[in-house]
Write a protein that binds this ligand. Structure first.
Ligand SMILES: Nc1ncnc2c1ncn2[C@@H]1O[C@H](COP(=O)(O)OP(=O)(O)OP(=O)(O)O)[C@@H](O)[C@H]1O
Ligand SMILES: [Mg+2]
Length: 355
């Protein structure tokens, strides 16, 4: 019996080893957040911003990389694209041909002098015609002294090294660096692009969802894919089923239906009703910024008023948002807003343009 089991054991060693590895990988995959699990590995998988990505794909195919600055709002794929580009360019040399520094590393002038320079000077074997890549993620948080120190470094080592900077606002990168690099801009992703990606992830993870649930996630994410995937995972781990109610419970933003009711009351000129509903919403504990932000999003897609009136509404909401952002976050501001919106509905949009 001992010998049979031994034989069995040897004959299945290789398969059990692979299944062991598989299950280990699966276990590791199980614990990681979906944003990382579904981070695109190649440029072809990155969704949206077609113009920018066409340029990046051309660069990846050609191999002639300029210094790059990628800028745009959070969660739109900048870090992902720059790593995918490096991976595509360098292949197996990716691990030693890339130096990544992000805001978590100190990136003062010393780091530019020592770490970046010594990496740029190092000799590494790369595929023919390829360059080492230094990725400076979240570059807008680099001090301007460090950026100044980069200027000459970028030029001196330009025959062996390329720089890729990712940032949220390009104006925080000093002009001389901007002039040394090609600037690629990322915009927020469209609802459809986020929806398709969410559907894909739901399929992969066997998530049961309703369409209004995914719509709610898109509403809260505002074109930020990271936010959308995080909200999806949070809803799934909290409630399993993804529908509108569960999503808003997890994301904890004022419910658009409640806000819509307030707007409807305003459009109907029912001041009392609107004020009471606003008061109830305020008492549930939301901040003024949250309420007025959601109100803007709901008003933007509101179908119960004419175009001119909608513009007036958005203007009023915008002004209130500005005051609240200035620090005047009192319920009085919200009530004032509601009163002005009701007045607008009674007098019609023309009245205020005369002002
Ligand atoms: N265009 C995209 N296509 C597919 N997935 C995306 C895209 N953009 C973002 N994601 C998802 O969001 C996650 C975060 O994206 P990424 O790190 O590239 O954002 P970022 O643009 O660098 O944002 P930040 O400015 O906050 O650094 C990725 O792991 C990926 O799962
Ligand atoms: Mg990033």
């Amino acid at each position: 019996m001992g010998s049979t089991s031994k034989r069995k054991a040897t004959s299945t060693t290789t398969t059990s080893a692979t299944t062991d590895i598989m299950s280990k990988q699966q276990q590791q995959q199980h614990g990681i957040p979906w944003v990382e699990k579904y981070r695109p590995r190649s440029l072809d998988e990155v969704v949206g911003n077609e113009d920018t990505l066409i340029r990046l794909r051309a660069v990846a195919a050609d191999g002639n990389v300029p210094n790059l600055i990628l800028c745009g709002p959070p969660g739109t794929g900048k870090t992902t694209s720059v790593h995918a580009l490096a991976r595509q360019l360098l292949g197996s040399a990716y691990s030693h041909g890339v130096l990544e520094l992000n805001a978590s590393d100190s990136r003062g002038i010393d780091v530019v002098r020592n770490k970046i320079k010594s990496f740029a000077m190092n000799k590494v074997s790369l595929p023919p015609g390829r360059h080492k890549i230094i990725i400076l993620d979240e570059a807008d948080s680099m001090t301007s002294a460090a950026q100044q120190a980069l200027r000459r470094t970028m030029e001196i080592y330009s025959n062996t090294t390329r720089f890729a900077l990712a940032c949220n606002v390009s104006t925080k990168i000093i002009e001389p660096i901007q002039s040394r690099a090609a600037i690629l801009r990322y915009g927020r992703l469209t609802d459809e692009q986020v929806l398709n990606r969410l559907r894909y992830v739901c399929e992969q993870e066997n998530v049961s969802y309703s369409n209004d649930g995914l719509e709610a996630i898109i509403f809260t994410a505002e074109g930020d894919m990271r936010n959308a995937l995080n909200n999806l995972q949070a809803t799934v781990s909290g409630f399993e089923y993804v529908d509108k109610t569960n999503v808003f419970k997890v994301c904890d933003q004022p419910h658009p239906t409640t806000v819509r009711a307030i707007l409807d009351a305003c459009v109907g000129g029912k001041t009392n009703e609107a004020v009471i509903e606003m008061n109830t919403l305020w008492k549930t504990g939301y901040g003024c910024g949250d309420i007025v932000g959601t109100m803007f999003k709901v008003a933007r897609v509101h179908d119960g008023m004419g175009e001119a009136m909608k513009l007036e509404y958005l203007r009023e909401i915008g002004f209130t948002h500005m005051r609240i952002a200035d620090g005047v976050g009192t319920p009085l501001q919200l009530m004032g807003l509601v009163a002005r919106l009701c007045k607008l509905a009674e007098e019609g949009p023309a009245s205020s343009t005369e002002m």
